[in-house]
Design a protein around this ligand. Structure first.
Ligand SMILES: Cc1cc2nc3c(=O)[nH]c(=O)nc-3n(C[C@H](O)[C@H](O)[C@H](O)COP(=O)(O)OP(=O)(O)OC[C@H]3O[C@@H](n4cnc5c(N)ncnc54)[C@H](O)[C@@H]3O)c2cc1C
Length: 387
């Protein structure tokens, strides 16, 4: 395997690090805290990245991007996650909503929706999951009934990240009655979150006050021009969205950074209880293994092969190393991690923050059990490319 990302990717990494060090406060822990300034930091940073031509680096040139390679996209994912995702919620629009609109949108939709995403001005949320449709998403029951040339949408979504701060929602609803083929009829709508009939209720969780939400749709009108990819073609759009999510967040990058940061502190390795030293070494190996598995999925993408199975294998390793490192760091600092960033908590509260987010890693964007099933089915089917 060739570990050289190439000159352009290395330059990109250096530029991103430089910008992060000048634009992002050293104690920033993401956009979803109690402090509204954190959200503003993220919004400002996106506008700055846009001005530097870095926000849509991965987008094709015809849509104002730089046609960044999959390795350059990996660099962006690593640097952003390692530094507590300073783009905040906007990554969703950049990573998959924009690309899905490029792939499935009509010209008018491209002209309307892509420039604001590229300028770092808009937050999108994803209204897919429902109380009884998560892993089995195709059984969703939110309905879109034909009405006066458009549709009336009624139903409930749950776990909708950022819905409270988003301006737009990519919503999956069913047109017509569910048949034995559950995927049929699913349709994607692009609708503003402030439209009449939509109620967003935050769900209090350990991911901070502005992350998860329930969304209720009570006869919400959507025009025919708000359908993405055609009526009944939603499953194809969703598959594309999930394909972008599948390689997933570069969680190993933050694990690596936190472990190095802790090792570099006065209380770090020297004060690490002897009993934790071998666990530390094992966790570090696990982080590097997760990184390499992620790179294997990226290499398959680059070669134009389907990376589904290797991406699932990578996600198994990446999400588990996230939790392993979270536990280890917690043990290393003991209850001092709970002292809060204002009270001298180690790494300015980043350890406690990391622990909270790591708990959701094996559920968000597809649970660990489902990932295991994808890998084992492929092995049982004798897929030569399987890990
Ligand atoms: C932090 C976070 C952010 C999220 N953001 C969004 C968002 O922005 N938009 C959105 O639409 N959704 C979002 N989700 C929802 C997420 O996609 C779902 O939670 C996930 O798909 C699992 O669905 P579920 O919660 O309904 O669990 P279920 O599917 O009900 O699963 C419950 C348990 O049963 C297991 N299970 C289910 N089916 C099988 C099976 N066939 N075989 C073996 N085990 C099985 C699962 O692995 C899990 O352990 C988010 C979730 C989290 C945690």
């Amino acid at each position: 395997m060739d570990y050289d990302f190439g000159e352009r990717a290395c330059e990109l990494r250096a530029r991103l690090r430089e910008l992060i060090s000048t634009e992002i406060p050293h104690d920033y822990l993401g956009a979803f805290t109690d402090d509204p300034e954190d959200l503003e930091v993220a919004q400002r940073f996106c506008r700055r990245l846009a001005a530097e031509g870095l926000l849509t680096w991965a987008w094709p040139e015809e849509y104002g991007g730089s046609g960044g390679s999959v390795w350059e996209q990996t660099v962006v994912r690593e640097e952003m996650w390692a530094h507590h995702e300073p783009r905040g919620a906007q990554y969703m629009g950049l990573n998959w909503v924009g690309p899905a609109i490029m792939a499935f949108g009509r010209e008018g939709q491209k002209e309307r929706f892509l420039p604001p995403i590229a300028a770092g001005q808009v937050i999108w949320c994803q209204g897919f999951s429902e109380p009884d449709a998560g892993s089995d998403l195709a059984s969703l029951t939110t309905r879109a009934e034909p009405h006066e040339g458009g549709f009336r949408i009624t139903g409930q979504k749950i776990w909708t990240s950022y819905a409270q701060m988003a301006q737009w929602c990519v919503l999956a609803a069913r047109v017509g009655t569910a048949t034995t083929k559950k995927h049929e009829g699913i349709t994607i709508f692009l609708i503003p979150v402030d439209r009449e009939g939509i109620t967003v209720r935050p769900i209090k969780s350990m991911l901070g006050p502005h992350h998860l939400n329930e969304c209720f749709f009570d006869g919400v009108f959507a025009g025919p021009d708000e359908v993405l990819g055609g009526v009944g073609n939603g499953w194809n759009v969703i598959r594309r969205a999930l394909a972008h999510e599948r390689v997933g967040i570069a969680r190993y990058a933050r694990c690596d950074r936190l472990m190095s940061q802790w090792a570099g502190t006065r209380d770090g390795m020297a004060a690490l209880p002897v009993g934790l030293r071998s666990a530390w070494a094992r966790a570090l190996v696990q982080v590097r293994v997760a990184r390499l598995l992620a790179y294997r999925a990226v290499a398959e993408q680059e070669a134009g092969r389907s990376a589904d199975v290797s991406a699932s294998a990578a996600r198994l390793a990446v999400t588990q190393c996230d939790q392993q490192v979270a536990e280890l760091l917690f043990q290393a600092v003991e209850d001092r991690s709970l002292e809060g960033p204002d009270n001298d908590a180690p790494l300015e509260g980043a350890i406690e923050d990391h622990w909270r987010y790591a708990q959701a890693a094996t559920v968000a964007a597809g649970t660990i059990e489902i990932q295991r099933m994808i890998v084992s089915r492929s092995l049982l089917a004798g897929n030569k490319g399987a890990p």
